[in-house]
Design a protein around this ligand. Structure first.
Ligand code: 13P
Length: 248
């Protein structure tokens, strides 16, 4: 049976010291699970100290971004090799904040996904429609374009996770209903089946993200095609993150 994934995306929150304090408490309080993986994605400056703390624990370490070149004169960027060396195993690629604030295109994200996977890490590819796109009934078109373009030239789903994060649900407190999320997850799964074959569609993890909270986690995780969650705000507080991890 495939394991689910509960991932915390801390965005631009927590200094290195705050990250260390949080992870020390998380380590102390989290239960042992056989059926789910746990991932934390702190800011770059916290990766090294958090990585030290997570050694010999089942909690995995992720990064929120990466640059696709091997190395060079790219001021302000961080390479996949640098992340791998400090213990990062997953990289969030194409988060909607990267797309909308930092103007990342599907083509740039495609390069980041490829670099992440070829460096031996897992790429968590984020896709999702904006509110006006949903209202114009373009959700499926947008998702299909994002998935196809961001996975262009990739021939299997090894090292790939897809996160469906409707932009209108991120940080708004307004989550997609479990039924709305399930509908898009099923669509993504069918798309993966078309692109990579049915066994890939069965084995790939498709996460939901957007205002995941203790109050809605159980219903979201009860959906057939929701294989985990990517949590923003509610992953920053120990109580709420622990309750989300402990979904029933
Ligand atoms: P919130 O959980 O704060 O809505 O953020 C979701 C998200 O963007 C996770 O990557």
């Amino acid at each position: 049976m495939k394991k689910s994934l509960v991932a915390g995306n801390w965005k631009m929150y927590k200094t290195p010291q705050e990250s260390v304090t949080f992870v020390q408490e998380l380590k102390r309080s989290v239960k042992n699970y056989e059926d789910r993986d746990i991932l934390v994605c702190p800011p770059f400056t916290s990766l090294v100290p958090v990585s030290e703390l997570l050694k010999d624990t089942p909690i995995k370490l992720g990064a929120q971004n990466v640059y696709f070149e091997e190395e060079g004169a790219f001021t302000g960027e961080v390479s996949a090799k640098m992340l791998k060396e400090v213990g990062v195993s997953c990289v969030i690629c194409g988060h909607s904040e990267r797309r909308n604030i930092f103007m990342e295109t599907n083509e740039i994200i495609n390069k980041k996904v490829k670099k992440t996977i070829s460096t031996g890490m897992t790429a968590i590819l984020c896709v999702g429609e904006k509110l006006e796109e949903r209202e114009d009934e373009k959700t499926f078109d947008i998702i299909e374009t994002q998935v196809q373009r961001c996975l262009d030239g990739i021939d299997n789903t090894e090292g790939l996770v897809i996160a469906y994060e409707p932009v209108w649900a991120i940080g708004t407190g307004k989550n997609a209903t479990p039924e709305q999320a399930e509908e898009v997850h099923l669509f993504i799964k069918e798309l993966v089946s078309k692109l990579f074959g049915s066994s890939s569609a069965e084995s790939i993890l498709i996460l939901y993200g957007g205002s995941v909270k203790p109050e809605n986690i159980d219903l979201l995780m009860a959906q057939k095609d929701i294989d985990g969650v990517l949590v923003g705000g509610a992953s920053l507080k120990l109580d709420s993150f622990l309750r989300i991890i402990d979904y029933r």
